[in-house]
Design a protein around this ligand. Sequence first.
Ligand code: PLP
Length: 405
Amino acid sequence: MSFDLKKIREDFPILQQKIYNRPLVYFDNAATTQRPQLVIDALTRTYTEYYGNIHRAAHFLADKATLAYEETREKVQNLINAESREQIIFTKGTTESINLAAFAFGESYIQEGDEIIVSEMEHHSNIVPWQLMAGRKGAKIIVLPIDDKGRLEIEKLESLISPRTKLIAVTHVSNVLGTINPIKQITVLAHSRNVRIFVDGAQAAAHLLIDVQDLDVDFYAFSAHKMYGPNGVGVLYGKKELLEQMPPYQGGGEMISEVRFSGTTYNELPYKFEAGTPNISGVIAFGAAIDYLENIGIEHAAAWETVLLNYATDQLRPIPGLRIYGTQADKSAVISFNVEGVHFFDLGTMLDKFGIAVRTGHHCADPLMEHFGIQGTVRASFAFYNTKEEIDVFIEALKKVISMF
Ligand code: PLP
């Protein structure tokens, strides 16, 4: 491995603590990651050195804050290889990015009777906003199914696309199964049928190198808090010709050009979609998180996470009665499982007593749970700061807990 794990762990103050007198084992990274000290420092520095409201800057502090905020936009542009900075819209998270896109795309492009394809493995965030839009516009949601390995049945996609299909909404990486979806293949098919594609990148952006031009996606969304950055910051990338056609999602300060009671004109991209005072310090600190991630190298981080995924999977598989959901070969470092005869919530609660943080429940993916006929799972999800020793602790604790039932 080409990075110094010991040094990396020292960068994250929260990982140093003990929970119930045991070293914290943090395996809830798909829900939210932890932050390195330099991201925390960037937040503090913003508030102590150059905090002011951005874009209407006639003074030093506001000017400096504006520059730092816009610098992050350029970092995001470079991170995902977007054509221009105008295509990077700051939101408060993936959820808001999807709501924005669903509303504004719906207003511009969806007519009664149109169809939107949504996959069965989506997070509720990538289902409900499309349902709301479909309800408003009289459109229909069509479901792209998955198989029992947790793989998208992509061979069925072609026949699901009709002349009324306007958009496919799909996740890049499943937050439950870890499945990495073949986005480029879906995009080629979608575009050949004149269909747009929206990609939920919440679980991908910290673990895969994203190139929106190479993927040729129409929209891509992600959250800073799953990328070692602050919470309350997200990104929506969109193709320029679409963003230009789409109406604003929210009205308020900054998103306008001129306001008259006889009619208002809107600001240019990306400000048309950034109404009101944004999360200034959060966006600035997100820039520090991107620097940190790039310094480690997403490809190095991902390689280590795959080592952890395989190491944990190999030890979980032989446990009697344990079933892993999501067994496609190409997957990210997320393991969802159940153990026969033990409720997932009891497993999670007992693991917590060993200082181990996992997530339990439906993971905001009810249709996926329904597919497997379950109420929920235990989910362990890894980040580059996790270790094999932590997995050993987890496996040992899990075996102890199971033996108690
Ligand atoms: N999409 C996926 C695949 C997710 O895993 C999540 C969060 O867990 C979201 C969307 C929503 O992200 P946020 O809560 O940051 O808006």
